[in-house]
Design a protein around this ligand. Structure first.
Ligand code: MG
Length: 384
């Protein structure tokens, strides 16, 4: 049987925290989606794979996914995304006999589970994995238990959900509106769906704790890999008229000011760039264009907090950061403690993870001539 896999990763689910959708967050050094994709791409029962992503994730997909699988833009709903992938397969020179539709946010799907669903399609037009509910089930309201439910005959649905190709294509073409999953679409079209034994570890990354749970399972399997990334940043701002300079979030009274579109905080700009650099997410000008009037005079702690949030959203924690300011004046030492505290607060890390140093350049160069201030920074990010 010629079986294709469709991996649905077009959702914008942000409940796992941060500005990055759950399927793009980092798990053991790779995006969640890359784990799911690898499980199908390497499976002997699966002949081809289609990944459905949102149009705005095209660049991300090119950078983070191995080359090969076909990628199409997702629709407005999950059902529309699956339909789009099915239509791509239907238009192929030779459409598949069957399709396995998998949620891109389920990275730990096992080869044995994929094989069980594929095998079940020999005898049934549709088959999907599920785990019997073993916990007692309650109804509740206002923080109180208001009733109990019988758990007999109840299952927690998982993916991949498998279907013979022609009937599921027809079911999606006639299905109107959204659907919780493809079993719902299939049943609405009258298809009989066999239940295949699911796997407890085949969890869906939904909330912030799920990523840590998935990472722990991978470590227990001997597949967990800690990823360490470093990034560096450098920035310069020119002195101009003014009576204070803002460096590393601290305003220091001075005979001059610093010129720049935002508050011209070279220290925080270098540090934000170090974090963006570690993530390979461009630089501060990419995220906060200087041509955008919204950032005129902005406090640079906002930029730094954004960079730190992006790191967290990608599944990294900030192990340490280190900033060096290069100037003859003003003197930095009296403000170093306040600067470290400001950086720690913007990033949500302990002060003990923030290094802050200053040096002169012995009267040499533009800093020596007191034409401006330079800053260098490094950041180390760790996942999981
Ligand atoms: Mg700058």
């Amino acid at each position: 049987m010629d079986i294709a896999a469709v991996i649905v990763a077009a959702g914008r689910g942000l409940r796992a925290g941060g500005p990055v959708a759950k399927q793009w967050q980092t798990l053991a050094g790779r995006p969640v989606l890359a784990h799911a994709l690898a499980a199908f791409a390497s499976h002997p029962a699966v002949a081809r794979t289609v990944v459905v992503i949102a149009a705005e994730d095209r660049e991300r997909a090119r950078a983070l996914l191995p080359a090969g699988p076909l990628v199409v833009a997702g629709g407005a709903t999950r059902a529309a995304s699956v339909r789009a992938a099915l239509e791509v397969l239907a238009a192929a020179a030779r459409p598949p006999d069957a399709v396995l539709v998998h949620d891109g946010a389920r990275p730990l799907v096992g080869a044995a589970l994929i094989a069980r669903v594929a095998a079940a399609l020999r005898d049934a037009p549709a088959a999907a994995p599920a785990v019997a509910v073993t916990d007692a089930l309650w109804q509740g309201a206002g923080g109180r238990v208001t009733g109990t439910l019988a758990r007999e005959g109840l299952f927690r649905a998982q993916t991949p959900q498998g279907f013979r190709f022609a009937p599921i294509l027809a079911a999606h073409r006639t299905h109107a509106g959204p659907a919780d999953d493809d079993v719902a679409v299939a049943r609405a079209a009258g298809l009989d769906v066999a239940i295949v034994e699911g796997e407890e570890d085949n969890l869906k990354i939904t909330g912030p704790g799920d990523l840590a749970r998935a990472a722990a399972i991978l470590v227990a399997r001997g597949e967990g890999a800690m990823e360490v990334r470093t990034g560096t940043g450098f920035d310069v701002h020119r002195f101009g008229p003014g009576d204070s300079v803002t460096l590393c979030g601290v305003a220091i009274p001075f005979a001059k000011g610093l010129e720049g579109h935002s508050d011209a905080d070279a220290g925080l700009h270098a540090l934000a760039d170090a974090i963006y650099g570690a993530l390979a997410e461009g630089d501060i000008g990419h995220h906060f264009p200087p041509t955008d009037p919204a950032w005129k005079g902005a406090a640079s702690s906002r930029f730094l907090a954004h960079a730190g949030g992006l790191a967290r959203a990608r599944g990294f924690r900030i192990a340490n950061v280190d900033v060096t300011l290069l100037c003859e004046r003003p003197r930095i030492a009296p403000h170093a403690a306040a600067m470290r505290a400001a950086i720690a607060a913007a990033l949500g890390i302990e002060v003990g993870r923030v290094g802050l140093k200053a040096t002169t350049t012995e009267g040499l160069g533009f800093t020596g001539r007191e034409e401006g201030i330079a800053a260098m920074a490094a950041a180390t990010l760790v996942a999981p």
